[in-house]
Design a protein around this ligand. Structure first.
Ligand code: NOJ
Ligand code: CA
Length: 599
């Protein structure tokens, strides 16, 4: 009998809106300066209200925290700083009660050097199963030429171990030895860890650093066929024992190299689309849609059960590994004026500072995130436009405490400020007194309200998570226009035209919409009908950095203005601005598209 996950639809991840957070950064409940599970529990209402449907928790396992928890010392427990296993379980159950799924990390390429397996391996005789939990060599010349990922800290993928008297292999920090997938005991342990969390009820696992599982001499040691065999094995066990669960591939690769991680629908259901991310920023800065249309043209089709995970920012640097040398130079020039903003092969900045805190640019990028094919993943704090601190080491500048209000420590913790795991952002633009949840909740025109409305709107249309994508090619390349189309199983279909102005100046464009002749584009935020489409080019004008989402409706269903509402209803909407179905409730086709106060 398979153990079911919390979602009822096996393809739940296609309609999800994922929110990525670190429990350490979200809310401290006991005043020790470190966020914890009881703290997260107290903020679940916030996440539900924001409208996200899935929480992705960054690593929360026992760890020396030299790579923010991606250096795991015990797979089957919770880091005591964050609470207990039971505290985690309570959060998991409470999220499920709110119809939110929970995605956690399965970091299997490597462990911490403090993991008991590594400590035992060092002491065990060479060639023994204990030693062979990791990848050892007498020489550091094996696998020569394999690239180094953490270029700022590591000079080699091998480190000499004085106790073992051998070199061990590591693709990341030297304190993160790679597990040896040629040893069957490693797979047994991986499956044990998977079962441990899936038995508890987690809905999905992000497979960290998955391209590097297996090493083979004479190759780049990335994406080798034997690695895919391992992933298929993990997926097969998951499918045999569990239902409605997800594995998400973290493979920072070109689209063609990511494609095999979906297999024939028998590897990962989801994979991040890494190359799209920097190209959204590039298109914005160059005021030219080409970087986006180009990478999407290189993006292969994926099996029907599969889905891209798309994002603007995450807990790492804005990686520039999957761009050309010229593109990388341009991105560094355009987005990291201060060299401190750079780390490894990327830029360690949050969304708002990257776009100079320009609200229209933030909204424009989010409109792409929420309307491109795939499941959007939002990084905590970006919904309020949080800033970063480039003076913290590593990638920690984008991992500072969540800013809840203007009280001490941004309402994150009652600890003395010096005790916080990282200082809160204090500068006059992004500091917690200027940027915080409480203030933005009480401000109807805040970024937070806008984000809530956009999430609510997206969730009304399955086309965004499940539909096809077709770019239009207006002569004006500053305008990005695309059609999303979805044929539902019940004969119901949705067609949405998205138009975005990438320029800082107003733009006009003529769109070839002949195939939709006589349909009426209806602006989806305000439910405003635009002139019907004819056989002539469709003229559209856009303010700087503005966008439209237009549902194409048959003319006969052309919308009425939203029906008048009573004073009581108006007051209710003001209190619950995303309570979408409360307006125009008598016109189902109309009400779907109405989100009050989307200004
Ligand atoms: C990818 C994670 O996103 C990153 O934060 C981490 O440092 C590396 N994997 C190594 O685990
Ligand atoms: Ca705490």
């Amino acid at each position: 009998m398979k153990k079911a996950g919390s979602a009822t639809d096996p393809l739940w991840y296609k309609d999800a809106v994922i929110y990525e957070l670190h429990v350490r950064a979200f809310q401290d409940s006991n005043g020790d300066g470190i966020g914890d599970f009881p703290g997260l529990m107290s903020r679940l209402d916030y996440l539900q209200d924001l409208g996200v449907t899935c929480i992705w928790l960054l690593p929360f396992f026992p760890s020396p925290l030299r790579d923010d928890g991606y250096d795991i010392a015990n797979y089957n427990d919770v880091n005591p700083s964050y609470g207990t296993l039971n505290d985690f379980k309570l959060v998991l159950d409470a999220a499920h009660q709110r119809n939110m799924q929970v995605l956690i990390e399965l970091v299997i390429n490597h462990t911490s050097d403090q993991h008991p397996w590594f400590q035992a391996a060092r002491l065990a005789p060479p060639g023994s199963p204990e030693r062979n939990m990791y990848v050892w060599s007498d020489t550091d010349k094996l696998y020569e030429g394999v690239r180094i990922i953490f270029t700022d800290t590591e000079k080699s993928n091998w480190t000499w171990d004085e106790v073992a008297k051998q070199y061990y292999w590591h693709r990341f920090f030297s304190h993160q030895p790679d597990l040896n997938f040629d040893n069957p005991r490693v797979m047994e342990e991986v499956l044990n860890a998977m079962r441990f969390w899936m038995d508890m009820g987690v809905d999905g696992l992000r497979l960290d650093a998955i391209p590097y599982l297996v090493e083979r001499d004479g190759t780049s040691c990335e994406n080798v066929p034997e690695t895919h065999v391992k992933i298929k094995e993990i997926r097969a066990v998951m499918d045999a024992e569990y239902s409605n669960r997800l594995v998400l591939a973290e493979a920072n690769m070109w689209p063609a190299d990511v494609r095999p991680y979906f297999g024939d629908g028998d590897e990962c259901q989801m994979a991040f689309h890494f190359p799209l991310m920097p190209r959204m920023y590039m298109a914005l800065r160059q005021e030219d849609r080409l970087p986006i249309t180009d990478i999407m043209a290189q993006t292969p089709d994926i099996p029907p059960s599969c889905q891209w995970g798309i994002f603007l920012r995450n807990h790492d640097e804005l990686t520039l590994e999957m761009v050309t040398d010229d593109e990388r130079d341009y991105m560094y020039y355009a987005y990291s004026a201060d060299p401190r903003m750079r780390i490894n092969v990327g830029i360690r900045r949050r969304l708002a500072p990257l776009v100079d805190n320009n609200r229209r640019r933030i909204e424009l990028l989010n409109s792409l995130l929420l309307s491109f094919p795939g499941t959007p993943i939002m990084y905590y704090g970006d919904e309020i436009g949080m800033g970063d601190n480039i003076y913290l080491g590593d990638r920690n500048g984008v991992r500072t405490p969540m800013q809840w209000n203007s009280d001490r420590n941004a309402g994150f913790s009652t600890a003395v400020p010096a005790r916080l795991y990282f200082p809160v952002i204090l500068d006059p633009i992004y500091g917690y007194q200027a940027i915080n949840v409480e203030a933005q909740l009480s401000d109807q025109s805040s970024l937070l309200h806008w984000t809530r409305n956009m999430i609510a709107l997206r969730k009304l249309f399955q086309v965004f998570g499940r539909g096809t994508l077709e770019f239009l090619s207006p002569a004006n390349r500053k305008v990005l226009a695309y059609i999303r189309h979805y044929e539902g199983p019940d004969g119901h279909s949705e067609t949405v035209l998205c138009v975005a102005n990438l320029s800082r100046f107003a733009q006009a464009a003529l769109l070839d919409l002949k195939q939709y002749e006589s349909m009426v584009p209806v602006e989806m935020l305000g439910y405003v009908p635009f002139p019907p489409i004819t056989d002539q080019p469709y003229a559209i004008t856009l303010n700087p950095y503005s966008f439209f989402w237009l549902e194409l409706q048959p003319a006969m269903e052309a919308p009425q203005p939203p029906i008048p509402i009573s004073d009581e209803e108006a007051a209710e909407i003001a209190l619950h601005p995303i309570d979408v179905p409360q307006t125009a409730a008598t016109q189902p086709d109309v009400s779907r598209a109405v989100v009050p106060d989307a200004s």
